[in-house]
Design a protein around this ligand. Structure first.
Ligand code: ADP
Length: 347
């Protein structure tokens, strides 16, 4: 369904061309990214030059057109200025402060590929290696990490007016959903996202951490750029499913991180295959080895593949990560292996 909507959106967007480069905003154009989640559409245009009026006009027309597509609930078009000159490395004066040895952002080109599931289980796997872990749910389109972590309380403030993270399974958790209005998440503009993210760093009593894992919103929007500019990101991990539509969007995410000098620590293939209970065969529902090939072509480390697993879905719904529910299971072993590769690459 969302793939059909996606191609309808592109039939509108490709009628417009970038006033600066004259390139049409078609699916091959790296400067447009579209994210659809539960009927909410977020379109982000990465633009160059000073032609602000023309870009604003395109954004308005695009929004008006896309809103007409049946099944769409809301449309948000964000214009991001080009970021080629942003300095992100070796800068100790970052605005977002946290006492974490490593900050790792978990990203995906589109929603629903398992980014939050991965974030929760990677955090748990790192925690099982005796590391101090914080988990920051920054997915403004649908913060689901608290539920997957079995947390339903809201955080309270301490005497220094800082929020105390909630804790479960030895992991500290904060979610942007705790401080933003969940009724209207898709209409937040850049400055509000930026402010909320800053509060998640500077306004939270995280204490000392070995790793802060950030579950990013899907796509290539403001949250990604804000974190690249304002925090000391160690790098990002991109999650994708193996089929072409997901990979096209993952590629855009990879290019965006490259542009802002954020290291890509690796790419993970989720929902790689389904192991059938009856015939014990691997079924490659979303195509085979798509992410592995992409990793080779983009020269990015391939961190591993996670199969479609009914228990993983049930564990997520029940708020019990795989490593807590079944520490010796195959899925837990996959996450431990990825956590060890990550640790090795950052040590
Ligand atoms: P995203 O953060 O990319 O939007 P989620 O992590 O919320 O995606 O996952 C979307 C849905 O798919 C959830 O119901 C989750 O439990 C399920 N899911 C994710 N990965 C798997 C997997 N490998 N096997 C089975 N279900 C999965």
């Amino acid at each position: 369904m969302s793939d059909e909507i996606l191609s309808l959106i592109y039939t509108f967007s490709k009628k417009f061309s970038d006033p600066e480069t004259n390139l049409s905003f078609d699916p091959k154009n790296q400067n447009i990214s579209v994210v659809i989640k539960d009927g909410n559409v977020n379109i982000s245009l990465l633009v160059k030059g000073q032609k602000e009026d023309q870009y604003t006009n395109i954004a308005r027309l695009l929004k008006n057109n896309v809103e007409q597509i049946s099944g769409i609930i809301s449309v948000n078009v964000i214009i991001n200025a080009d970021v080629e000159n942003i300095k992100t490395k070796n800068d100790d004066n970052k605005r977002f402060k946290i006492d974490a040895k490593n900050i790792v952002a978990i990203a995906s080109g589109k929603g629903g590929v398992g980014k939050s599931t991965f974030s929760v289980n990677l955090a748990t796997a790192l925690s099982s290696l005796d590391l101090k872990i914080g988990l920051l749910d920054a997915d403004i389109y649908g913060p689901s990490v608290p539920r997957m972590m079995g947390i339903s309380k809201k955080p309270i403030m301490n005497e220094n007016k800082k929020l105390i993270p909630l804790e479960n399974y030895g992991i500290k958790l904060m979610s942007i959903g705790f401080i933003l209005d969940s009724e209207a998440p898709t209409i937040w503009r850049g400055p509000m996202v930026m402010k909320a993210l800053e509060q998640m760093f500077n306004g939270v009593e995280w204490g000392e951490l070995d790793y802060l894992i950030i579950d990013l919103p899907p796509g290539t929007g403001d949250a990604q750029l804000t974190l690249a500019q304002s925090s000391k990101l160690s790098g990002s991990i991109v999650i994708s499913t193996p089929q072409d539509v997901a990979l096209t969007d993952a590629r855009k995410g990879i290019n965006m991180f490259k542009k802002v000098n954020v290291d890509i620590l690796g790419i993970v293939e989720n929902m790689s295959y389904f192991l059938c209970d009856n015939c014990n065969q691997k079924h490659h529902i979303f195509s085979k080895d798509g992410v592995k090939k992409e990793a080779e072509e983009s020269k990015i480390p391939f961190l591993g593949e996670i199969p479609i697993d009914t228990n993983l879905r049930i564990q997520s719904d029940n708020g019990i990560p795989a490593l807590i529910d079944n520490p010796d299971g195959e899925i837990s072993k996959k996450f431990i292996s990825i956590a060890k590769i990550l640790k090795k690459s950052l040590d």
